[in-house]
Design a protein around this ligand. Structure first.
Ligand SMILES: C[S@@+](CC[C@H](N)C(=O)[O-])C[C@H]1O[C@@H](n2cnc3c(N)ncnc32)[C@H](O)[C@@H]1O
Length: 438
């Protein structure tokens, strides 16, 4: 009630405005005005060449070390956008600095959901560097039928091969060409049906990338690997923030059914989350509510019941620590902010409209501010939405708006064997050519 009274007073008394002549909530120059921080209504056509698109292509390269640059270039044409390049850079960062560095976590690496193969090859080469083995699992026939736990988006057979193409064979050849045939074991089949190979190397996993888009696929792959992931090991779930919502629901259900408490979700660009086995969102000494209070004790110390990670409005516990630790991402976004600012100023000086650039610039600046936000400063249950809002242009790219019954009619096919000599569709695509998206 107090809140509502405050809101009405604010509206009645009017608010400040950008130029002082327009009051918040009034008509001004034929348009409604809302306040000094209203969002410009104009948006550039997607995809475009500025933030966030410009951070996904070559832009990261100057800030990567030579090994990572070479390795990424190796697989670029076999990767989808995203996870390329930030998932590769981000996970590599985590593997090198956290997983294998001071107290190495034992176990092999794996990917469930190979797609065009680039991510598997990238991490297989990393595994080889550290003397680990790698398991790649895929139907090589595309997605199974979505279930009622998936929102309308994907079609059965999406990411399958075109007629007459054998992606399994093509992937085996790629493994050979990329010099990881002594490291990679490939299993062909649907996750619910396959068995993890009876090989001592695959009794334990340190790093598993789950990239399979659908509820049942993610749930089934968790069932296959979770017990083999060692404490401290990493499981990454791609497409967690995706219109399909199946992967997110699968994580919730799996952790409720088999772990007993929700995981801590480390957000990674754009829509992936990392789960560290054994990490709990709640302190071990959590206390039940005391006395007559129906509320938990929010004090710190031995009696604390406050979760160590802030709970978001969707009920999950997110951390942005892994995202914020990617130095190359900070540098790349700084360049992106400078780029959009320069274009904005140039247009303004020429008297050209700037509103759509204003919006892009704000998103770029917000994201940079989000990256720089200190871990020790207060966290909020809507931080996740701050992160997602700044990425709006790249999120809105996806085919979520198809109103036809059953959605999109044509399957997205992939052909690992195709001629890759033409221009890549990943790097800095021009507005006229849509990017390949997951
Ligand atoms: C988006 S693609 C993976 C992209 C790839 N990880 C990358 O980084 O480029 C999804 C893959 O998951 C596979 N897949 C999905 N559900 C599956 C299931 N239940 N069993 C086997 N493969 C599945 C599809 O065949 C497809 O190749």
């Amino acid at each position: 009630m107090v809140f509502r009274f405050w809101l009405i007073s604010a509206l009645v008394s009017g608010g400040s405005s950008q130029d002082g002549s327009c009051k918040a909530g009034e008509q001004c120059n034929g348009e409604n005005t809302y306040g000094p921080n209203d969002v410009p209504k104009e948006r550039p056509r997607n995809p475009h060449h500025l933030f966030p698109y410009d951070i996904f292509g070559e832009a990261a390269m100057p800030f990567l070390d030579e090994i990572m640059r070479t390795e990424i270039t190796h697989v670029q044409q076999y990767c989808m956008f995203p996870p390329y390049p930030w998932s590769l850079v981000g996970y590599d960062n985590l593997i090198s600095h956290d997983l294998l560095h001071s107290a190495p976590i034992e176990g092999s690496f794996a990917e469930f959901g190979v797609g065009e193969g680039g991510t598997s090859i990238y991490f297989a080469r990393k595994a080889k560097m550290y003397g680990r083995k790698f398991l790649s699992v895929d139907s090589f026939a595309g997605l199974p039928k979505p279930t009622e736990s998936d929102n309308q988006y994907f079609l059965e057979g999406d990411y399958g091969p075109p007629k007459g193409v054998d992606n399994h064979k093509a992937f085996l050849e790629l493994v050979d060409r990329m010099d990881v045939n002594d490291t990679v074991t490939v299993v062909k089949g649907f996750f619910g049906d396959i068995a993890i190979p009876d090989d001592p190397a695959f009794e334990k996993f340190a790093f598993v990338h789950l990239d399979s888009d659908l509820y049942q696929s993610i749930y089934d792959s968790f069932m296959k690997i979770w017990d083999r992931v060692v404490p401290g090991g990493f499981v990454i779930v791609d497409d967690y923030f995706h219109f399909v919502q199946g992967p997110a629901r699968a994580v919730t259900d799996f952790f409720r059914d088999h772990v007993g408490e929700p995981p801590v979700l480390f957000v990674l660009p754009v829509h992936a989350v990392l789960i560290v086995k054994g990490m709990s969102p709640c302190p071990k000494n959590a206390q039940a509510p005391v006395g007559k209070s129906s509320r938990p004790d929010w004090g710190e110390g031995a009696t604390a019941t406050r979760p160590a990670f802030t709970r978001a409005l969707d009920g999950n516990f997110y951390s942005f620590q892994a995202l914020r630790s990617i130095e190359a991402l900070h540098r790349t976004v700084e360049v992106s902010v400078a780029r959009v600012t320069a274009e904005y100023e140039e247009r303004r000086q020429k008297g050209q409209p700037v509103h759509e650039l204003e919006r892009v610039r704000r998103n770029a600046e917000s994201f940079l501010g989000f990256l720089r936000y200190p871990a020790t400063a207060p966290q909020s249950s809507v931080d996740l939405y701050r992160y997602l809002a700044s990425m709006e242009d790249v999120i809105d790219l996806q085919e979520a708006y198809d109103c036809r019954a059953g959605g999109r009619q044509t399957k997205n096919e992939i052909n690992i064997d195709r001629d890759r000599s033409g221009p890549s569709n990943i790097v800095n695509a021009q507005p006229s050519e849509p990017l390949a998206s997951e």
